[in-house]
Design a protein around this ligand. Structure first.
Ligand code: NAD
Ligand code: UD1
Length: 338
């Protein structure tokens, strides 16, 4: 039996495919290639030295999904497929609700029709909203989201809670990611955003490699030690390994569980710029700029529940996260290129 990985050629999905295969788990990948390159598939295969099936399918295409279920023996799903740019979601809310919410509805319906009732879902720390105080724990109230992207994550969490309450055969794991950064240590796989990056690490990496001029630090008057925003950055390979633990948990644990995947450590924007400067061997230029609307001062996880119940803790430190990002960026200044 195999795990169906939706959005498996994207940033987190591709790293998770590598860890699943390394753990001896069979996978089938689908992706509509909207935000990734097909060559990501070749790089995963080259890293693990193994072939696995890939289908270009959109999660909103019930017939396309059914064909995959007809052809492959799938007994669980890790669901990464989705749009994730906060700013874009404010401009195009309908596209976000259609892709993320409708897409998940279609996927869940096809799963149910095929008797496949185990799912790990990529949620986000964004569901904790602006009011909860870090360290964030899974039992805090969620839903105070500030943008359509965050709302899609919250709505899908609610859908999965309702489904699992209605039918005890479902096993559901909601993983709330903090800030995934880093790349595979080989330097052959990493984050490859289209256009100008919105998130901090890809932006810093583009400045370091000379593709952008300087980093804009959004706000230096937050209530934090150096005035810049504090986040819980987690190595993408640690995050990927969390999915292996979650999929193993589904096999023995019906019902719904929620886990934070973070390190529990908060770093400021300036901490990150300094660590990246060390990793790349030259100063990364930056300027202070106004706060970005919707940002909060501090956000980091309490990672205890994942440690006790999944036996998972993040292993890699900030130095490693920056070194691996730099290896990927400097080896691939133009990303996957096709
Ligand atoms: P990504 O864009 O690199 O990967 C998502 C993949 O899904 C892409 O390859 C894209 O082509 C595919 N996809 C999108 N819509 C699809 C559809 N309708 N049908 C089939 N495939 C589709 O993003 P990522 O950073 O790897 O994120 C993966 C998941 O984790 C997303 O759901 C995202 O919202 C969530 N997440 C990401 C972060 C982060 O910082 N990267 C943080 C929290 C949660
Ligand atoms: C953002 C999203 C969040 C999403 C997450 C992962 C917002 C408000 N939040 O989180 O919903 O789940 O990405 O995709 O967009 N920063 C700069 N300069 C930059 C970019 C960022 O100073 O050019 C700062 C930010 O103000 C923040 C920190 O760096 O303090 C991290 O920002 P970012 O990487 O965008 O992640 P989040 O805002 O935490």
């Amino acid at each position: 039996m195999a795990v169906l990985v939706t959005g498996g050629l994207g940033y987190i999905g591709s790293h998770t495919c590598v860890e699943l295969i390394n753990a001896g788990i069979d996978i089938v990948v689908i992706d509509n290639l909207y935000n990734c390159k097909k060559s990501s598939y070749d790089r995963i295969k080259a890293l693990v030295g193994k072939d696995f099936p890939f289908y270009k399918v959109d999660i909103r295409d019930a017939e396309g999904l059914q064909k995959v279920f007809d052809k492959e023996k799938i007994d669980s799903v890790i669901h990464f497929a989705g749009l994730k740019a906060v700013g874009e979601s404010v401009e195009k809310p309908l596209e976000y609700f259609d892709n993320n919410v409708t897409g998940t509805l279609v996927l869940l319906d096809v799963m149910r029709k095929n008797g496949c009732k185990k799912i790990v879902f990529s949620s986000s720390a964004t569901v904790y909203g602006m009011k909860n105080i870090s360290p964030l724990t899974e039992d805090m109230e969620v839903g105070g989201v500030t943008n359509p992207y965050g709302r899609t994550k919250y709505i899908i969490e609610c859908m999965l809670k309702d489904i699992s309450a209605s039918d005890s055969e479902w096993s559901v794991c909601l993983l709330r990611y903090f800030n995934p950064i880093g790349a595979h240590k080989s330097g052959t796989m990493g984050e490859d955003p289209n256009g100008i990056p919105n998130n901090l690490l890809p932006y810093i990496a583009k400045v370091a490699v000379g593709k952008l001029e300087k980093v804009n630090v959004f706000g230096n008057d937050y209530d934090t030690p150096d005035g810049t925003g504090v986040r819980d950055y987690i190595h993408v390979v640690d995050l990927a390994k969390g999915h292996v633990k979650a999929i193993e948990k589904l096999d023995t644990h019906p019902g719904l569980e929620v886990y934070n995947l973070g390190t529990g450590i908060g770093y400021s924007v300036l901490d990150i710029i300094h660590a990246f400067s060390e990793a790349c061997g030259h100063e990364v230029p930056f300027v202070f700029a106004p706060r970005r609307p919707g940002d909060i001062d501090i956000c980091y996880a309490d990672p205890e529940k994942a440690a006790t119940e999944l036996g998972w803790t993040a292993q890699y430190d900030l130095k490693k996260m920056c070194e691996d990002t730099w290896r990927w960026q400097s080896n691939n200044p133009d990303g996957y290129r096709g």
